[in-house]
Design a protein around this ligand. Sequence first.
Ligand code: FAD
Ligand code: NAP
Length: 328
Amino acid sequence: MTEPAQNAPFRRKHPRTGPNLVDVQMNLVLASDPVVGRVFTNEQCTARTSAAAFTRHVVIDVSGTPLAGVCTAGQSFGVVPPGTDERGRPHSMRLYSLASPTAGENANPNLIATTVKRLIDEHHDTGKLFLGVCSNFLCDTQPGDEVLVCGPSGKRFVLPANPGAHDYVFFATGTGIAPFRAMLHDLLAQSTGSRIVLVAGVPYATDLMYHDTFVSLDKQHSNFMYLPTVSRHAQFDGSPSCYVQDRLVTHKDLLIPMLESSRTLMYVCGILGMELGLCRTMHQVLAPEVLAPWMTIDGSISHEPASWNQKMMYRQIKPSGRVFIETY
Ligand code: FAD
Ligand code: NAP
């Protein structure tokens, strides 16, 4: 499947030193020949109705299509929105991360889900209202509506083949939470006892997605900890606003021992740039021997983390195979 450039996942090259990953199926349905799914449910998934962002949990019934029962937590699927672009060509496919567990939403293999945020803005050039095509199409759908879907795609941002051999630190920003909802349900269902920390970053507390579910899972499972993280006002406990990577400082007693352990894998999903901030903070807070298994840093820049930029990622700052990054 050829993905349009605007939807191409951020590519990276680094030595593969990580664990064997779970086998996945890929591209069973091509974007050029999508299949018809039907919206099963479409519900707001932010913490409160007054959220600044409009984000919805959309469940699609793909029964009778090759997508039924084949999507793995961490993968994405494609949606081809109806209609044509400004040049009269059919809209291109957009990718959405699977938010449903590998077994399917509510353990129904015919149901796949995602977490969609409406792209709403003023047009960069004209200043008029700019509505993203596919995100608003998906968010506007009603149960029973047809959605053209394809996929699944992605084989690197998935859980290891032997999940019980590892502990997990998940860093999400915004809708980057989607794959972690899926992976978390997979891991908890397998009762491996693995330790799992989910750091979920959003601008405002009202933007937190699946918040009540994660709070409840945190209470039910002693091996799972949920750390909601708000960037534009104080945290629930009154501590200052911060980014997800700052949790390595505020919660160092929890997170540093996990990063010291060879069992731990790190997954990062969401806004492009968060991986750079995370690497910078890790460089600042971890002892060199603890940092080494997580990334290699070119000697020419290792003493100047403040000057690091995104272009250095994967060239001079190379996360190891224990770090899984999907940012866009
Ligand atoms: P479009 O109509 O495609 O508009 C976006 C385009 O318009 C961009 O090219 C952008 O440069 C441009 N643009 C943006 N703002 C403006 C503006 N103000 N003025 C002018 N032009 C502008 N999204 C989710 O919500 N949930 C997910 O789980 C998710 N998973 C993803 C997984 C992967 C692997 C990738 C690559 C992307 C994922 N996305 C996800 C993003 C998703 O694919 C779409 O890009 C997003 O929903 C926006 O699509 P759209 O059709 O609504 O916007
Ligand atoms: P959002 O609601 O705007 O939240 C993003 C959060 O990240 C905000 O709190 C923001 O803080 C913070 N942030 C900004 N820069 C950061 C940095 N350098 N380091 C750490 N945190 C930072 O997010 P969104 O609109 O949902 O966007 C999420 C992005 O993830 C989108 O681009 C989407 O395409 C992508 N995504 C990718 C995948 C994937 O690849 N599989 C899946 C889902 C989503 P401030 O705004 O306060 O600065």
